[in-house]
Design a protein around this ligand. Sequence first.
Ligand SMILES: Cc1cc2nc3c(=O)[nH]c(=O)nc-3n(C[C@H](O)[C@H](O)[C@H](O)COP(=O)(O)OP(=O)(O)OC[C@H]3O[C@@H](n4cnc5c(N)ncnc54)[C@H](O)[C@@H]3O)c2cc1C
Length: 390
Amino acid sequence: MLSFWEKQHFIHYDYIIVGGGIVGLSTAASLLSLRPDAAVLVLERGLFPTGASTKNAGFACFGSLTEILADIKKIGEDAAGALIEQRWQGLQQLQQRLGPQRMGLQALGGYELLTTANESAIEQLEPINQLLKSLFGTNIFSLKKSLITAFGFSKEIVTQLVYNDKEAQVDTGLLMRHLWRYVQEKGATLLTGAQVENIEENDQAILLHVTSSATQETICFSAERAALCTNAFTKKLLPDISLQPGRGQVLITTPVKDLPFQGTFHMEEGFFYFRNVGNRVLFGGGRHLDYAAETTTDFNVTEKIINALEDRLSNIILPNKEYKIAQQWAGIMAFNAARKPLLKALTSRLLIGTCLNGMGIAIGSSLGDRLAKLLLDSQPYSYKYNAELN
Ligand SMILES: Cc1cc2nc3c(=O)[nH]c(=O)nc-3n(C[C@H](O)[C@H](O)[C@H](O)COP(=O)(O)OP(=O)(O)OC[C@H]3O[C@@H](n4cnc5c(N)ncnc54)[C@H](O)[C@@H]3O)c2cc1C
């Protein structure tokens, strides 16, 4: 049973954010920048964020050449261009918020490895540079074929390298720890081990139910408004929501002597990605090799995907190098057909901001900012119910 004091000081807030990943924390950060006196609660079910934001590869990226071409095919040039702009804005916002050191930012540039199967993409390099010129003011992509040998990649398989000097890498764990701390310093209350099990609404407030692991009683937090930032796990609360989970599996090697490359690297429309972490190599992806099995919220790794990663690592990325696999893990992303985040008012008090389609470092801050502005919007959302707000 709650005490008088607990009821007075732990239960009622102006705004509650469900989910302590990059979107939830960015929403809290933007809310408190816009309204520093607001009482903001973040409810996170894990002991720390437990979805994608602490498990990702740390690419501060906005799309490789073949990934952008694939997006244009799926959603058209205007929508793909708008998405790149949101990603780029998000990256700037994140840097302004934390500064480069607290996110472990290293501006080493990004590359895409092309093979005979997809090297025809370079015919589209100039049109894509033109498309992005108004955003970046310069040509984004250029060819760096000569580096294939210097980087030690298989020359039999890799036929072209596309370079992008605006891409960078971050230290994912450092970034999230600092974002967590930033939000606390701004005055938010962050509770972990707090899984929201259901949501209700009445005339006065929105009510979020959490079972206390200490007493097994259901605690009902209340707020003026709430935002769901629960990414791939949203379906547990809203089974009809239109998004699919997608597992991302990753491995990291032991230190590699004289590792010949640094930076972030993409292959096959971004379905494979690798980077150096000091002198180790982090390599992930391969979800497209088994879509059915990888459409899951299960955090286990599988032999099929890890074998595919190991095979490419030894044959394409690190041929003739000695290393071992030091660690493997998986994180869970959320995808939809529109390829853009889902930003929606579900009721007059409940918003959802989720589904970052695998590029949340870039877009998480801008989505959080838009969510915060909507939470603060003094107009009732009635005219927007169930309308996408993107
Ligand atoms: C392996 C991998 C590699 C990736 N690499 C990159 C990359 O290099 N660059 C990039 O930009 N993006 C990358 N991504 C994608 C990026 O990590 C995600 O897009 C982003 O982290 C999503 O952030 P989020 O806050 O929406 O979701 P999450 O980080 O999943 O946060 C959602 C949070 O909600 C919590 N939650 C869920 N349900 C409840 C509930 N009922 N009650 C309370 N809490 C709840 C979860 O525990 C979780 O912490 C990668 C993802 C993976 C998995």
